[in-house]
Design a protein around this ligand. Structure first.
Ligand code: NI
Ligand code: MN
Length: 229
């Protein structure tokens, strides 16, 4: 069993779980950090979408149409994707789980807003607890800090993906408090340095993680890969 992933900048990860692929929050063509555009993407079977903002759902229609992947999101998200011509969708909501062949993804709350690219209501923003290949990963989506991250931590996280860019999500200081609640083995920063409005000093962040938590900070360059061991 094996789990690895490539960070494509912002909140986008391409996962390889036992040789099968999934992508979360596909933001490629308009993402200045992503070395991979929709046309470069290998086949994926599952597309997870945390919420409706363009920097998370933007390329989901194109990726689903190119690959035939199933799109996993809340009813508001999947309804919009269907209106964009996406054929395979799976809807759920907080506490529910998508159970696929090689990964399970449970919706968790996130504290954030959500609207679709056409301005329509996007439902509640979400995170996901992802299980596959014998590992448990938590992608927080866009969110501020919340105390119930302690409950998510009780699931035993190998990896947490947490925003640190501030302004639209928690920033560096609150991400440290989040790590203290989540207690992951590894933590990766997301949603930073994509645009100047969300710039963050990632080496300072890594130093704070070392100093204040038990987690190991993993800072990838866009396009960088990590094998979860
Ligand atoms: Ni957002
Ligand atoms: Mn965002």
């Amino acid at each position: 069993m094996s789990v690895s992933f490539i960070w494509l900048g912002h909140s986008t990860f391409l996962f390889d779980i036992d040789g099968r692929r999934a992508i979360i929050d596909p933001f490629l063509n308009d993402n200045p950090l992503s070395p991979m555009k929709v046309d470069d993407l290998p086949s994926v079977d599952v597309v997870l979408i945390t919420h409706g903002h363009g920097d998370h759902i933007g390329d989901a229609p194109a990726v689903c149409k190119k690959t035939g992947a199933v799109a996993v999101g809340t009813p508001e998200i999947t309804r919009w994707l269907k209106s964009q011509g996406v054929e395979k969708t799976f809807e759920g909501n907080v506490g529910g789980t998508y159970r696929g062949e090689f990964l399970h993804a449970k919706w968790t709350q996130a504290f954030h807003t959500s609207s679709l690219p056409d301005g329509s209501y996007g439902g509640q923003a979400m995170g996901f607890v992802i299980r596959g290949g014998g590992k448990t990963l938590y992608h927080a989506g866009d969110t501020g800090l919340f105390g119930d991250m302690a409950l998510i931590g009780e699931e035993g996280l190998d990896v947490a993906f947490l925003p640190i860019g501030d302004k639209y999500t928690m920033g560096v200081e609150d991400s440290i408090r989040a790590i203290q609640l989540l207690k992951p083995r590894y933590v990766l920063p997301i949603h930073y340095n994509t645009f100047s409005a969300i710039s963050a000093d990632v080496s300072h962040w890594a130093e704070l993680v070392h100093r204040n938590t038990q987690a190991q900070p993993i800072v990838l360059d866009p396009g960088g890969t990590f094998l979860v061991e």
